[in-house]
Design a protein around this ligand. Structure first.
Ligand code: C5P
Length: 218
């Protein structure tokens, strides 16, 4: 049988990455940050002047990239892009090009290849609905726009980027709308997903809720 997957989906800045990484560490499983793949394509497309609506060109670009995940660092063609892909403009471009079905198809195999024993925790928008529909546990992690904007603000400040909470709230709301309304793999809770609102939960409480749900399933 294939290695088990825990899928963690949810809107931008809901804390999916932190929670998924900690759940993976606690189980000793691998971790896949699928958003990073969309961000890598966005960064390279911005650099190459490829339009975020040009599906065929984006798919070709994605097929030619061979990102390497080394611990917390992400390398593309020998360049460390860990910080560059976190810029707000890259996230916005990523959410635009993520509406392209050809690009999503090109990234599908790459994501499925991350599945390996003893297990994988994958975070994104369509982990439970499209990429790993047979996940043993599907989590839909959400939080209020205000608390997500405040978290994203803190993260960006720590990384040396500047932004205002008001601009971030507006960007988040636009990205949520784009991710939820697109025809291809829209963001929504997978069937049977555990829906967790982390607005009033600490990181530890959220991680424990996911681990508890997993243990009840095995
Ligand atoms: O999660 P993150 O903000 O890094 O993802 C960047 C963008 O990539 C998201 O706004 C979303 O539009 C897109 N994405 C996606 N499907 C995924 C992961 C990310 O469409 N599985």
């Amino acid at each position: 049988p294939e290695a088990p997957v825990i899928a963690v989906d949810g809107p931008t800045a809901s804390g999916k990455g932190t929670i998924a990484e900690r759940v993976a560490a606690s189980l000793g499983w691998r971790y896949l940050d699928s958003g990073a793949l969309y961000r890598i394509v966005a960064l390279e497309a911005l650099r190459a002047g490829i339009d975020t609506a040009d599906g065929p060109a984006l798919a070709a670009l994605a097929q030619g990239l061979a990102p390497r995940f080394e611990g917390r660092r992400i390398l593309v063609g020998g360049e460390d892009v860990t910080e560059a892909i976190r810029a707000e403009e890259v996230g916005i471009a990523a959410s635009r090009l993520a509406t392209q079905p050809l690009l999503r198809a090109a990234l599908l195999a790459l994501q499925r290849r991350a599945r390996a024993a003893p297990g994988l925790v994958a975070d994104g928008r369509d982990m439970g609905t499209v990429v790993f529909p047979d996940a043993i546990l599907k989590v839909y992690l959400t939080a209020s726009v205000e608390s997500r904007a405040a978290r994203r603000h803190k993260q960006l400040m720590e990384k040396g980027f500047s932004a205002t909470i008001a601009d971030l709230s507006k960007d988040l709301a636009e990205r949520d709308a784009r991710d939820m309304q697109r025809a291809e793999a829209p963001l929504k809770p997978a069937e049977g997903a555990l829906v967790l609102d982390s607005t009033h939960l600490s990181i530890d409480e959220t991680v424990d809720a996911v681990l508890g749900a997993y243990r009840r399933r095995v």
